[in-house]
Design a binder for this molecule. Structure first.
Ligand code: FCB
Length: 429
């Protein structure tokens, strides 16, 4: 097994999201979903990884691993528990955490919206109504005002396409509205929110005297392939899937270019509304018909049954770079692997793709630093480099976490590391 070096400019980090790690009884739409019995498990968001209380320990673990940059989100429902009322206590808590990570040399990358809405916003219809955009932008303003002196890297919205399709084209995610017209509307409203947030964050930070602001959003991208390589029909399905799930969303958010099925309901000008291309990449789907995504029996899979296909990252990076040639930040890439059987192999394969490309990749955030509350599947699905014992809260760095630590230290993989960590691992079929 070969070693490799990573490009000099690439920063290595890890990611989380507030609702998935913090715990506590917070009045957001996912806690509500849990109360309604809509999760696949009986676990509760109130426990999660208890990061709200253990944040210092978690940052210490990251620092010991050499994590260079940490992507996390702040919980809107904590900061604005009642419409227009902002919690000084929650803001101070996050400020303290951000200050601490910076002291330990970790660069913060702050996500403003990662799937959760405060219930007062959800009850108003969330992102389904253009009239609600103002509430989101006010929250963005409060975040920039309160964190803008400490943070220069912002992710406005995490995976609007997953949020819209899972919550509005099916009944899996809240609010479980099964209506394709709602998907279209939510994406249009969210694109407008992103564009206006992009401008607002830059404007506000400039007024504060900062000119190093980087703003983008996180697009969930999948690699798509026809089930039978020769089928023209299936190739057509692949193109439609790609367009409907990710490329039309990318054009609207990154460029203010709204093409069918999306309409420019806010009258936005064409422009460039990003400083980087944020990509969350996990898997590849084979397609016969659009929307009917398949995983082939013969391919390696993670515990979720998602195909492990590291080369697909190259496809999606190229796809997005063609739409908008900006630096690339991989904001999430990870694997669900309960026993840490093949996580080191996964990281080795995934980063080897980045060691070979000429594309300007600047960041890689492994999902996730910790085992955490995986939305519908709660504590049952483990993505972490660090094991969390949910009963005691105890953290233990996994073998893959040790591998990632050495990988960061060497800015690549040595042959000796590959031998010690990777050579004995195999993906599950
Ligand atoms: C992504 C989400 C993230 C996490 C991973 C596994 O779609 O952004 O919160 O749940 O999947």
């Amino acid at each position: 097994m070969k070693g490799y070096r990573l490009p000099k400019r690439l920063m290595l980090g890890a990611a989380t999201a507030a609702a998935q790690i913090e715990g506590g009884d917070v009045n957001h739409n996912w806690r509500d979903w849990e109360r309604k019995g809509r999760l696949h498990v009986k676990d509760s968001f109130t426990r999660a990884a208890d990061h709200w209380n253990r944040w210092k320990e978690d940052i210490d673990i990251m620092a010991a691993m050499g994590i260079e940059t940490y992507r996390f989100s702040v919980e809107w429902a904590r900061i604005e528990p009642v419409a227009g009322v902002f919690s000084r206590e929650a803001i101070e808590h996050y400020r303290e955490e951000i200050r601490y990570m910076k002291e330990l040399g970790i660069r913060p990358c702050l996500t403003l919206h990662h799937f959760t809405n405060p219930m007062w916003f959800e009850r108003r219809g969330g992102f389904l109504y253009p009239r609600n955009a103002g509430a989101f932008l006010r929250f963005v303003g409060v975040c920039v005002q309160n964190f803008g002196d400490l943070v220069s890297d912002f992710v406005t919205i995490n995976e609007p396409n997953v949020y819209a399709y899972m919550g509005y084209a099916g009944q899996d995610f809240p609010p479980g509205d099964n209506n394709l017209l709602s998907v279209q509307r939510v994406l249009e409203v969210m694109a407008g929110c992103h564009i206006r947030a992009y401008e607002k964050i830059h404007r506000m930070r400039e007024a504060m005297g900062f000119y190093d602001t980087k703003v983008g959003f996180a697009l969930h991208m999948r690699a798509f392939a026809p089930l039978s390589p020769m089928s023209r029909f299936e190739s057509g399905s692949v193109n439609l899937s790609r367009w409907g799930f990710q490329d039309c969303v990318a054009r609207a958010f990154l460029l203010g270019e709204f093409r069918l099925p999306l309409r420019n309901i806010g009258g936005f000008k064409r422009g460039v509304y990003c400083d980087f291309l944020g990509i969350n990449y996990y898997t590849r789907n084979h397609v016969i018909l659009p929307g009917n995504d398949l995983t082939r029996a013969q391919d390696p899979k993670n515990d979720y049954g998602w195909e492990i296909y590291p080369q697909g990252l190259l496809d999606v990076m190229q796809e997005l770079y063609k739409i908008c040639p900006k630096p690339i930040w991989i904001l999430e890439s990870g694997v669900c692997d309960e026993n840490d059987d093949f996580r080191s192999l996964f990281i080795y394969d995934q980063l080897s793709v980045l060691s070979q490309t000429d594309l300007p990749v600047e960041r890689y955030y492994y999902w996730s630093i910790l085992d955490n509350f995986e939305w519908l599947d709660g504590e049952s699905k483990r993505f972490g480099l660090v094991h969390v014992d949910y009963e005691t809260g105890e953290r233990t760095v996994k073998k893959s976490g040790q591998f990632y630590r050495e990988l960061i230290e060497n800015h690549g993989v040595t042959e000796d590391m590959a031998l010690r960590y990777v050579s004995g691992e195999k993906y599950h079929q």
